[in-house]
Design a protein around this ligand. Structure first.
Ligand code: HSE
Length: 428
């Protein structure tokens, strides 16, 4: 049987995993697709580099265009990363009628709609299962598993680096800076960790999940983002005392065809299934109108989990090739984009205020909440031997984001409040 020929762009950790799975599972794979799968050409940065897999050197090239323009190649697997140059390779490959499998969340979050439109025009597949939550098959689940339901809410722990840091802080009472340093030393966190710790990586993944879940074109600028660099060990201790875990949660909600997506450190009730997702693991919780609660858990990164998703996409492309249905199952968002206004975004809030310790202070504070119609769930004042101010911990009931913003602005000018020490969204 004629083999299906694959061009690989990139042979780093994930690319190596792809070669291992395609070669190691060849019998299992070819029995599913009805022909052998051959990695025909591989674009690498350095063809001389020592690698821990054996690759026929004649397959290697340092020029990605040689792979893109090779008429023998049916499918391009892109695992080189990057945005603008990589986009050009992918668009050109689609122009040549080649199908694409990519793990590139940055590219799909920024240019997914353009790439998918081109794919549809050329009747090609573009699959990107590995771009969100590595080894968890969440993209296929949202497209196919939820095709009959209406998704109301998606909550994701979609960044392993930040989940590792918050887990360590929670379990060991350690500070953010100490755990970040340790994570960098162990190779879990990048030397420039900004994209992970400031929530951008998670925001890109949530934009992809929101687009698929809500069938509308979510762009990165639609996602409000706050990272974990301001989370202190004291905040985590307060969260635990109140029965919550601190997690960097991506939260996407859709009601009445209007949606809201955010990424922020969130206090999540300890009994919630996503609260127990620890270390570098990822999880995506999806609430469907008909199905109710579901949750998907697994490795969010790493060579073999990510390669598993990539090769599963490759199998899907080849099955479509055999059936002659490539390009027919693209989810091109069809709903008009409607973002919720701050008046319609509701959640609970945790506030830690440092205030003057004198009569009437609490009354002034609660009066502000009343003025903006924010109802309180609990209020605790505690003495702190290290702090001459009084510490007031407040958890609100569900309040609109607009009202809470007014409360916070008012607090900034209220003379009895020394500082708004912490403010977090509360879930569950
Ligand atoms: N930097 C990402 C993480 C890797 O920490 O989860 C996977 O995209």
């Amino acid at each position: 049987m004629k083999p299906v020929k694959v061009g690989l762009l990139g042979l780093g950790t994930v690319g190596t995993g792809v070669v291992r799975i395609v070669e190691g599972n060849q019998e299992h794979l070819s029995s599913q697709v009805g022909s052998p799968i051959v990695i025909e050409r591989i674009a690498v940065k350095n063809s001389e580099k020592a690698r821990d897999i054996v690759v026929d050197p004649s397959k290697l090239t340092t020029d990605p265009w040689e792979v893109i323009n090779d008429p023998e190649i049916d499918v391009i697997v892109e695992v080189m990363g990057g945005i603008n140059g990589t986009k050009d390779y992918i668009l050109q490959a689609l122009d040549h009628g080649k199908h694409i499998v990519t793990a590139n969340k940055d590219l799909m979050a920024l240019y997914g709609s353009e790439i998918l439109a081109k794919a549809q025009e050329k009747q090609c597949d573009v699959f990107y299962e590995a771009s969100v939550a590595g080894g968890i098959p969440i993209i296929r689940t949202l497209i196919e598993g939820f095709s009959s339901d209406r998704i109301v809410k998606i909550m994701g722990i979609v960044n392993g680096t930040t989940n590792y840091i918050l887990t360590k802080m929670s379990q060991e009472g350690a500070s953010y800076n100490d755990v970040l340093k340790e994570a960098q030393d162990l190779g879990y966190a990048e030397s420039d960790p900004t994209s992970d710790v400031e929530g951008l990586d998670a925001a890109r993944k949530m934009a992809i999940l929101g687009t698929l879940g809500f069938r509308t074109n979510v762009e990165l600028q639609d996602v409000s983002v706050k990272g974990i660099s301001g989370v202190s060990k004291e905040d985590i201790a307060f969260a635990k005392r109140l029965g919550y875990e601190m997690k960097l949660l991506g939260i996407a909600e859709c009601q009445n065809e209007e949606f809201n997506i955010s990424v922020q450190p969130t206090m999540i009730r300890a009994g919630h299934p996503i609260a127990s997702v620890n270390g570098v693991f990822n999880a995506v919780y999806v609430y469907g109108e008909a199905v109710g609660e579901t949750m998907f858990y697994g490795a969010g990164a790493g060579a073999m989990p990510t390669a598993t998703s990539i090769v599963a996409d490759l199998v899907a492309v080849i099955k479509n090739l055999k059936l002659g249905v490539n390009g027919l199952k693209q989810i091109v968002p069809y709903k008009t984009k409607k973002l919720k206004s701050d008046e319609d975004i509701y959640f609970k809030n945790f506030l830690l205020l440092h205030v003057d310790d004198k009569a009437g202070v609490l009354a002034k504070i609660t009066q502000v909440f009343a003025e903006y119609d924010v109802s309180l769930d609990s209020v605790v004042q505690q003495a702190n031997p290290h702090n001459p101010d009084a510490e007031i911990i407040i958890v609100t009931h569900n309040a609109s984001k607009a009202s809470m913003n007014k409360v916070l602005r008012h607090f900034e000018n209220l003379n009895v409040i020394r500082r708004i020490k912490s403010h977090y969204r509360v879930e569950g």
